[in-house]
Design a protein around this ligand. Structure first.
Ligand code: THU
Length: 128
C-alpha cells in the first residue's frame, strides 16, 4: 500500500460531491516527477455528466502539463478494494498509467496492471 497516495485519496474523497449516489470516491495519482494530484467524484442532476474521482485526478495532472505517471490509487467505503469503471480504465490507458492500486477505507489493497484492468483496450498508438 502506498500510504502517501492513500492519505491523499482519502482527503480528496472528503470533497466528493455525491448528492445522488451518496457513494464518495477519492483518487490520487503520482507523476513520474514525484508530484501527486488528486480527484473526487463530482455528480450532476443530469446524471451522465458525472465525472469519476480517477478521471478528475488524471485531468488535474494533465492540465498542469503532466503526462508521465507512475501509480494511481483509488479508494471508497466498500467491502473489498474498489475497482475503476470502464471509462476511467480507458483514460488510464490513454496516459499509460500502468500501475493501479485498488483500496478501500479499511486499508485493504490490491495492485493491478492496466493490462489486467483493460485487456484488448482500444488505442490509436500504433498509428502514430
Ligand atoms: N465512481 C467513481 O468515482 N469511481 C469509480 O471507480 C466508480 C464510480 C463514482 C461515479 C458516481 O459518482 C458514483 O461513483 C456511483 O457510481
Amino acid at each position: 500500500m502506498d500510504l502517501i497516495l492513500f492519505e491523499a485519496a482519502k482527503a480528496a474523497r472528503k470533497n466528493a460531491y455525491v448528492p445522488y449516489s451518496h457513494f464518495a470516491v477519492g483518487a490520487a495519482v503520482r507523476a513520474k516527477d514525484g508530484r501527486v494530484f488528486t480527484g473526487c467524484n463530482i455528480e450532476n442532476a443530469s446524471y451522465g455528466l458525472t465525472v469519476c474521482a480517477e478521471r478528475n485526478a488524471i485531468f488535474a495532472a494533465v492540465k498542469e502539463g503532466v503526462r508521465d505517471f507512475e501509480t494511481l490509487l483509488v479508494t471508497a467505503d466498500t467491502e473489498g478494494p474498489v475497482s475503476p469503471c470502464g471509462a476511467c480504465r480507458q483514460v488510464m490507458a490513454e496516459f499509460g498509467i500502468s500501475h493501479i492500486e485498488l483500496t478501500n477505507l479499511k486499508g485493504l489493497s490490491q495492485c493491478v496492471s492496466l493490462e489486467e484492468l483493460l485487456p484488448y483496450g482500444f488505442t490509436l498508438k500504433e498509428k502514430e
